[in-house]
Structure formats: structure tokens, C-alpha cells
Design a protein around this ligand. Structure first.
Ligand SMILES: [Zn+2]
Length: 334
């Protein structure tokens, strides 16, 4: 019997789910708002309802599901099936595996959302064909997913790939993680806006003042992008600097991991060439230039669909593994 899989991308503002065939073809999609204020129970109930809706829409029964994948924006402990911490969902120690077992019989592949995004880009997107790649999601925060030897790399405690929290300056602003000078306090969206506000105080002629209506609180990374596109020198310089910070961070990661490709996704990456140019220049200058090795940086292609596609990919991997004689698997997380 042909099995189907479901992939779910649980975000802070919306939940997206897709039903896919055994070959990865997406058959149907559903989404709903995340009832964050209702707490974990309400959010997980919404996930279950979304999955059931997808099945019903296609006239399928729960028994037709071979596996499911779920991406969560936070720290996920796959062994216990707990979400240890999610700043976007305001979760601490939420038992996702327990919830899943209560509602569904098929096994669940549970992972961090950015890691699943990396898996999706590798299978269907800009990372196709690469066995070793770094996927970086530049947005409100900076996350990354590492694919090493064709598999997601998670590290000993599941914390590998916290790319936004590598140190790029000795001192520097305090980060939410407790450290100082993290890449995220310079190059995440809100950090770019903060640096722009600070710089504007010394540049009364900047176009940013006009675009923000004279109110520095209205400055966002997107506005800095607009200003740069309209030729504002301060904004252009801010992107140069942002690209340099990211290039320094990526040079560290690339020197350590020697990836085949680096894929850049997330809203901040939409800034395009004005960010990519200084980033690539810095990366090239700071990665053992004598070795002659270069690291291609390419934009992600799946956009906001990466999370749900990655969850589908993880579910398919789970089906493959079971098909290869790894036993029927225990319902729960794998
Ligand atoms: Zn940090």
C-alpha cells in the first residue's frame, strides 16, 4: 500500500502543513494561525486538527500515513521528544512526542525548523547535489542548518548550527543568549535596524530620516534596504558592514567545516547583491586564500516553503529507514 506523509512547519505566527506522496510530490497544503496565546495545548491541538483536515480533504485515513515531520522554531531534544525552549512560541519543556502519540499512530520526525529548511534546500532547492552544505536563515534571528555527509548534523546535545551566536567581536552588545558580540547582534534584521538608528544620529542628511518619517523607531532592515537602493550612502555603508560581519562568521564556519556550498535564506537575504557582494568578498579574503579553495554562496530558492518541505523530507527519510529493515519503529519521535 502506498504511504503518504505529512510535513508540518510550526511557526510563531502560522502553522503550515502539507500532504505528500511517497515520491515527495505535494498533494495538498493547509495553513492556520498559531494560537500562541492559548499555550502549548492549543497550538498542538491546532497541529492535530490541521493534519486531520489534510487527510479528510484527500479521503485518507490515519492508517494511510507512513510518517510525519514537524519543524519547531526552537531547541528540540529528539531523543525525549521535548521542545526544551522556543522563544517564538514561549515554550519550555513541551512534550511534543507525548502529544503525537496521543493523537496519531505513525512515527514523527521532530526537528528544529531551520535544520529542516536546510534539508529541503538540499533535496529540492539551492543545495541540490551537495553532500556538505551550510544553510543560513537570516531574519529576526540568525539560524543555520548543517548538512554534513548528506545528513543533518546536530551535535552532541542538539545545539550544532547556532550560527547566530558565534562571536565576531571581542566586546560588543549583549546578546539574548548571554554572550557579547554575537553575529546576531550585528546582522539579524533587528540588529541592522539598531545599527542604522545609531548611525542616523551622526548623519542628519541620510535618506533614512525621510523614509522613517523622522521617527527612528520606524527604521527596519527593509527600510535600510530601500534607502540603499535609492542611493543613500549611510544605508549602503550599513549593508557593506553587515556583509562583512556575515562574511567573517561564514569564514569561521567554512574554515571549520569545508562545505561544498553555502545557501543563504530568510528575509534579510532579500537585500540581494548589496549584502552578497561584501559578504562574498570577506568570505574569500578570510578563508585560507593560499589553499585556493573557494566557497560558493547561493541564495535559497524555496523561500517560506522550506520549513514545510523539509518536514516532508524528514518524514520521507523516516519511511525510507523503516523500509530498509530498521524495524517497524515505535510510534513517537525518531
Ligand atoms: Zn548570542
Amino acid at each position: 500500500m502506498e504511504h503518504y506523509v505529512v510535513g508540518i512547519d510550526l511557526g510563531g505566527s502560522k502553522i503550515a502543513a502539507a500532504l505528500a506522496a511517497a515520491d515527495g510530490r505535494i498533494l495538498a497544503q493547509q495553513r492556520c494561525a498559531t494560537p500562541v496565546n492559548g499555550g502549548a495545548a492549543a497550538v498542538l491541538a491546532a497541529v492535530a486538527a490541521l493534519v486531520r483536515r489534510l487527510l479528510a480533504e484527500h479521503g485518507l485515513a490515519e492508517a494511510d500515513l507512513g510518517a510525519a515531520g514537524l519543524g519547531v522554531p526552537g531547541m528540540v531534544e529528539r531523543e525525549s521528544g521535548l521542545c526544551r525552549f522556543s522563544p517564538n512560541l514561549f515554550w519550555h519543556d513541551v512534550d511534543i512526542a507525548g502529544f503525537w502519540r496521543e493523537h496519531f499512530a505513525c512515527p514523527l520526525a521532530l526537528d528544529n525548523d531551520v535544520r529542516l529548511g536546510a534539508l529541503a534546500e538540499q533535496r529540492w532547492g539551492a543545495g541540490r547535489g551537495a553532500r556538505d552544505l551550510i544553510f543560513v536563515a537570516l531574519g529576526t534571528g540568525i539560524g543555520s542548518g548543517l548538512i554534513l555527509g548528506g545528513e543533518i548534523y546536530r551535535g552532541s546535545r542538539g545545539l550544532a548550527g547556532e550560527f547566530g551566536h558565534i562571536t565576531v567581536t571581542r566586546d560588543g552588545p549583549r546578546c539574548n543568549c548571554g554572550n557579547r558580540g554575537c553575529l546576531e547582534v550585528y546582522a539579524a534584521g533587528p540588529a541592522i535596524a539598531r545599527r542604522a538608528r545609531e548611525a542616523m544620529e551622526r548623519a542628519p542628511e541620510s535618506l533614512l530620516w525621510r523614509l522613517a518619517g523622522g521617527d527612528t523607531k520606524k527604521v527596519t532592515a527593509e527600510l535600510v534596504s530601500q534607502a540603499a537602493d535609492q542611493g543613500d550612502e549611510l544605508a549602503r555603508w550599513l549593508w557593506e558592514e553587515t556583509g562583512e560581519y556575515l562574511g567573517i562568521g561564514l569564514a569561521t564556519a567554512a574554515t571549520l567545516l569545508n562545505p561544498e556550498r553555502i545557501v543563504l535564506g530568510g528575509g534579510v537575504a532579500q537585500a540581494g547583491e548589496k549584502l552578497l557582494r561584501p559578504l562574498k568578498r570577506t568570505l574569500a579574503a578570510r578563508t585560507m586564500t593560499a589553499s585556493g579553495v573557494t566557497y560558493p554562496v547561493v541564495p535559497a530558492v524555496l523561500g517560506s516553503a522550506a520549513g514545510v518541505r523539509g518536514a516532508v523530507a524528514a518524514a520521507l527519510k523516516l519511511c525510507d529507514r523503516r523500509g530498509e529493515g530498521h524495524g517497524p519503529g515505535i510510534p513517537g519521535t525518531h
